[in-house]
Write a protein of this length. Structure first.
Length: 299
């Protein structure tokens, strides 16, 4: 823009200024009252901020405020630079320091090697949130027999509407035994659930078992539960087995709990099995919930 100095002639009357639309809400009026409009100046457009122009430290700080699923499903696909940040341990340690500060010391002590070829191990941990969550799928038959391996003699084990006498049931459905012995089994992959091997082998992880079942009628039921900790080759490293328990009283609800502490190095799977026997058809054992949870023993 070029500015020119204009000197008003001395023999002409000075212009008067009146309010009105225009530049600065003013119109310049000169030469006998005729308005001389001054064109308004358009504001300069401001360029939008490009996050990719931020230094890595600032960009990582911004990304750390996003949820884990957004980082893994969206941000990781933006470009190679963003992918490298999402795959790095530093970003996820920022999230963990904010959301799981009590676990940060343990997690730092059990980190995989910095050049580990497995991407986003900490990201999967933040996404799946395996600690304190029930790792058993379809725990009380709300999806039929899905996720369970069923082995039965005679009629199948049923998934039916829960009976009102089991007031502590977690869901409105439950598994019911029907004649003779039958078994259902589910194997939990701990790495798939979000825990990496170094954390599993840290000696600070405990695996907690909970199982509730009951009977409505006097049905002479027999019940047994077996839980095994397996290594990567499905070899049994530890086992908890409840002895076969018979019950004949009506409207009874029972529960089984067990905690695996100081688990052996190499545990990668949890096998959870139920065995039932009933001689009263679909009025036998009613399984209302089963759970496998992990927790950290910090002391």
């Amino acid at each position: 823009m070029r500015l020119e100095l204009f000197v008003w002639p001395a023999h002409l009357p000075a212009p008067r200024v009146a309010a009105g639309p225009g530049w600065g809400n003013m119109d310049v009026v000169a030469f006998g009252g005729r308005p001389a409009r001054v064109p308004s100046v358009e504001p300069e457009r401001q360029e939008s901020l490009d996050l990719s122009q931020l230094p890595p430290e600032l960009l990582m700080m911004v990304l750390s405020h996003l949820p884990a699923h957004t980082l893994l499903d969206c941000c990781r696909l933006v470009c190679r630079r963003w992918r490298a940040l999402v795959d790095s341990q530093a970003l996820w340690l920022l999230l963990l320091a904010r959301d799981h500060c009590a676990l940060l010391r343990l997690i730092r002590s059990a980190l995989p090697a910095a050049r580990d070829a497995r991407p986003c191990l900490l990201g999967r941990f933040c996404l799946r949130k395996p600690l304190g969550r029930n790792l058993i799928r379809n725990r009380c038959g709300q999806e039929g027999h899905s996720k369970w391996v069923m082995e039965n003699d005679g009629n199948s084990m049923l998934a039916v509407e829960n009976l009102t006498f089991l007031t502590l049931a977690a869901r409105s459905t439950c598994f019911v035994s029907s004649f003779s012995w039958r078994r259902k089994k589910q194997v939990v992959d701990l790495e798939e659930e979000g825990v990496w091997p170094e954390l599993l082998d840290s000696g600070k992880i405990e695996i907690c078992i909970f199982h509730r079942w009951g009977v409505r009628h006097s049905s002479n039921c027999t019940h047994q539960i077996t839980v095994q900790l397996l290594d990567a080759n499905q070899t049994v490293l530890d086992e908890f087995s409840e002895r076969p328990y018979s019950i004949q009283q009506e409207n009874a609800s029972l529960q089984v709990t067990h905690v695996f502490s100081n688990i052996k190095t190499g545990v990668r799977f949890v096998s959870f099995e139920h065995w039932y026997q009933s001689w009263s058809g679909p009025y036998g054992a009613h399984v209302t919930t089963s759970s496998v949870t992990m927790r950290v023993h910090l002391s």
